[in-house]
Structure formats: structure tokens, C-alpha cells
Design a protein around this ligand. Structure first.
Ligand code: DUC
Ligand code: ZN
Ligand code: ZN
Length: 483
């Protein structure tokens, strides 16, 4: 009988499509076989445990300056460690372009921030803030080196105009990149914020009022229309509204290249959290803002109906002090409080405990939402995101019965927005390419053990896209509307 480097024995394996009992044999960091009675140099007894593909965190801000220029509290070491304790074996933080910077310079900066620090495998999504013609020309080179997705903003100082958006989308359409968008209508937000502040409404709770659902819904519809014009794939990140989710669902139902993401904070927290005493509400300032209980239920319905391809943390860590939330002072209005909250370690336990165990989603759907779909969408499948022969042995072993009350996490934060919740089901061992990253509460990996993963372009097979009559060459008497 063959010997493997490591065997995971006796567990219940779940992928995005199947659940079954088997052993996994690992050799040279890859899954070499899935079978019974396997023999290994090293064995992990997974009896009574779930054996899942390691989570892939597809939206987090690590060692990144915000639009306000504020550095996130987590670097690639603390951020990746926290991710691993939360069941993730791979993550895709953002690499944010500074004004006037080339994409090559941006990627060089983030390579130096990540390389010797991450304990899990990683890639980046670019953030485009200065899409000059030279930058757009450079974009396909980033796709070629495996950075195949990038985010743009429809609000903030870093926002792009609709004209710039179309230019970007048409480059992405032609060269196979995936555009991710923060969709909120900037002028609606400015109007609301100015009116509130003028009337003395400056406390954290007004953050939610200043960013109404309608502003997100309008921007999502516009983004889908713009992408449709040039038939470009589009990922709407952090969808927080019923109308926004409905637009994603409608676009997907007609085969458009549209994908959606939501986040745990929109499922587990509400704008009432912004109304905590004193400045405590600042901990819950994130954008889009927290909504209400009715919205949570509708977002859950969209999760179970398949509207969202991924549930990501949007971990954007700013401490509750002068280095983070209050970098502009303690007595400032809500507009000047750092925007974002932590959650990279909580994403999967929350979704397992409240999603799977409360039967809102099935176990296979949990795997799809937490790992497999991200791997597919962001060009890492089948190397990552599944348990199959030849895949990286990126595996999370979960105790589905362990109960913990949420407290401190392994990130570099001084608060946890989910503190005090009772959560059932936690990852106990996480492997990255066959090596233990965390094991029974202990960190086993070293900074630098994680490697950069060059990603493929998004596979759009099975979606028809948007073929508008006006851009169809044969109907336009041969005119080249789109090059
Ligand atoms: N958008 C994000 O994706 N994260 C933090 C804040 C924001 O506006
Ligand atoms: Zn955003
Ligand atoms: Zn984000």
C-alpha cells in the first residue's frame, strides 16, 4: 500500500456538490488520493469532524491605505494569521493604486508588503483610482501576471466618472479582466451628508441615514447597465440592499456577466448598532452602512436562491483609537470617522453557525459561498476551492459541535463587532498546501510560508452575456462600435 506524507482519516468531506466519508492522502502539498484506509507518515484523525476546502477570503483590506490615506491595522502577517484561525487557507486583499502611480509600481509595493509576511497563499485585486490612458494600456499586463480582477469606486474622492467606467470596462471586456465595483451614488451621499451635518446631525448613527439604500440601488443599476453596454463581467461587491440584490438577481437570470457579493455584517448587525452610547457606534461605521432586520432576511433569501456567488468579510480594520477610527480626532462628525470593520476570522464561523446549523443554507452551499465560487470566479479553480485529486491540499477541518462565545480574535484589532455572540462550529486545523497553518489553537506556519498565486481569467462559460442590438456589428451596417 502507498504511503502518503499526510493522511486525514475518518472525517466527513464536503465539497460544493457532495458530502461523503473518506480519507484524504496528501503528497508534496497536493491531494494525491481520496479513498479508504490510507496510510500516511503523519495522520490527522478527523473522526467526528468536517473536512472542507480551506476558505478563500475574496474581499479584505490588508496593509492598505484607505481613501483617507489611513493604513489598515492588519498587515499581511496579522491579517493572514487571523484569516487562518477563521478557516481560510488563501485570501485576496486589495492592492490600491495611488494617484499618478503605474500599476507596476502598485504591484511592486504590495509584493513587498506581502511576500515575507503572509502565512497563507494570497493574490491581489487591484484598486484603480487613476485610470489614465497609460494605466489602461498597462492593465492587461497585470492580467497576464495573474492579477485578473480590480475594483473601482462610484463614490469617494477616488470615484470614477461613467465615461471612465466605460473605458475601464471595455479594456476588461477585451482582455478578460473582472471589474469589481463599490456602487453608491456619490452625489446622493454628499447631498444627504451635507443636509444632516448642516442640521447638527453628526453622531455615528447618522452615517446610515447619510447613505440611503436608494443610493446603492441606483448605482448598482447604473453599473450593470454600463457593463452591459460593453458586455464586460462585473462583480458588485458588498451588496447591502434588497433592491441591489434584486438587480443582481435579475441580471443573472438573463445571463448577464454579473456577480454579487454580500458580507456578514449585513446579515448579523443593523443600524441600531450605530446608535450605541457615546462614540461606540463608530465601531460599526462601514460602507455601505448597516441596514435593518427586514433587509437581513431578504439578503438571506438571496443567498439561498443563489444571487450571491460569495460572502466575504470586507475586513477593513481600523482600531477604536487615534490610529484608526479617530485619526481625524474624537469629536468629529460621522464623515471623518474611518470607514470599515474587522471580521476576517468571523466570516466562516458566523456563516456556519447561523447559516448551516440554522438550516438557512446547506453545507455544500456553505462550501461554495466560502471557497469554491471564489476560486472559480477569481481564476484559482481547480487548484484551489475544492477537494479533488491534483488540487492543492488547502483544507479546513471543522469541529461542528464546538461552542464558543466570541471574544478577541487574532487580528491586530482592539474590538470585535460580533463580540458576545454564541457560535457553534469552529475550524480546528487548517492546512495550506498540505502543511498545518493552525492546529488546535496553535499557529504552526511562519510568516512567508504563504505564496503569491497567479490567477487565471474568469471563466464565463454558461453565461450568455449582454448582446445589445446597438452594438451588434451586423446590425450596425458593419460599423465597429466596440473595438
Ligand atoms: N469599501 C470597502 O470595500 N471596504 C471598506 C470601505 C469601503 O468603502
Ligand atoms: Zn467598497
Ligand atoms: Zn472592502
Amino acid at each position: 500500500m502507498e504511503n502518503y506524507d499526510l493522511v486525514i482519516s475518518g472525517g466527513t468531506i464536503a465539497t460544493a456538490s457532495e458530502t461523503f466519508k473518506a480519507d484524504i492522502g496528501i503528497r508534496d502539498g497536493l491531494i494525491a488520493t481520496v479513498g479508504n484506509d490510507l496510510i500516511g507518515e503523519d495522520v490527522i484523525d478527523a473522526t467526528g469532524k468536517l473536512v472542507l476546502p480551506g476558505g478563500i477570503e475574496a474581499h479584505c483590506h490588508i496593509a492598505q491605505e484607505s481613501g483617507m490615506g489611513l493604513m489598515s491595522a492588519d498587515d499581511y502577517e496579522s491579517g493572514s494569521i487571523s484569516a487562518a484561525f477563521g478557516g481560510n487557507s488563501c485570501f485576496i486583499p486589495f492592492a490600491a493604486q495611488k494617484k499618478a502611480e503605474s500599476i507596476a509600481q502598485t504591484l511592486e509595493t504590495y509584493d513587498s508588503r506581502a511576500a515575507s509576511k503572509s502565512v497563507i497563499d494570497y493574490s491581489y485585486h487591484l484598486i484603480l483610482t487613476d485610470p489614465t490612458p497609460a494605466v489602461l494600456q498597462e492593465l492587461p499586463e497585470a492580467f497576464d501576471r495573474g492579477v485578473t480582477s480590480f475594483k473601482v469606486f462610484m463614490t469617494y474622492a477616488t470615484r470614477i466618472s461613467d465615461a471612465q467606467f466605460l473605458d475601464i470596462l471595455s479594456v476588461a471586456s477585451k482582455h478578460g479582466g473582472l471589474t469589481m465595483v463599490h456602487a453608491e451614488n456619490h452625489d446622493m451621499l454628499t447631498f444627504m451628508a451635507n443636509s444632516l451635518v448642516k442640521n447638527g446631525c453628526v453622531a455615528p448613527r447618522y452615517h446610515a441615514l447619510a447613505r440611503p439604500a436608494l443610493a446603492e440601488e441606483e448605482a448598482i443599476n447604473r453599473a450593470i447597465s454600463l457593463a452591459g453596454l460593453v458586455n464586460a463581467p462585473l462583480m458588485i461587491v458588498h451588496v447591502s440592499t434588497p433592491g441591489g440584490a434584486a438587480s443582481v438577481a435579475e441580471a443573472r437570470a438573463r445571463g448577464a456577466f454579473v456577480f454579487g457579493e454580500t458580507c456578514p455584517q449585513y446579515l448579523f448587525l443593523t443600524h441600531d448598532d450605530l446608535d450605541r452610547p457615546g462614540m461606540e457606534g463608530a465601531k460599526y461605521i462601514c460602507s455601505p452602512p448597516l441596514r435593518d432586520h427586514a433587509t437581513q432576511e431578504i439578503l438571506w433569501q438571496h443567498i439561498s436562491a443563489g444571487t450571491f456567488s460569495v460572502v466575504s468579510s470586507d475586513h477593513a480594520p481600523y482600531r477604536f483609537d487615534g490610529t484608526g477610527k479617530f485619526a481625524a480626532g474624537r469629536d468629529v462628525d460621522f464623515r471623518k470617522i474611518a470607514n470599515g470593520m474587522p471580521g476576517i476570522e468571523m466570516r466562516l464561523p458566523l456563516m456556519f453557525s447561523e447559516g448551516v446549523l440554522k438550516r438557512r443554507i446547506g453545507l455544500n452551499q456553505f462550501v461554495a459561498l466560502s471557497s469554491t465560487n471564489a476560486a472559480r470566479l477569481y481564476g484559482m479553480h481547480p487548484r484551489k476551492g475544492t477537494i479533488s485529486v491534483g488540487a492543492d491540499a488547502d483544507i479546513a477541518i471543522w469541529d461542528p459541535e464546538e461552542v464558543r462565545v466570541v471574544g478577541e480574535m487574532h487580528d491586530n484589532m482592539d474590538y470585535n463587532p460580533f463580540e458576545g455572540m454564541e457560535i457553534t462550529g469552529w475550524p480546528v486545523t487548517v492546512l495550506g498546501r498540505g502543511k498545518r497553518i493552525v492546529d488546535n489553537g496553535a499557529l504552526m506556519a511562519k510568516p512567508g510560508d504563504g505564496a503569491f498565486i497567479a490567477r487565471d481569467r474568469t471563466d464565463l462559460t454558461g453565461m450568455s452575456g449582454t448582446r445589445l442590438a446597438e452594438t451588434n456589428r451586423t446590425r450596425k451596417f458593419g460599423a465597429e462600435v466596440l473595438s
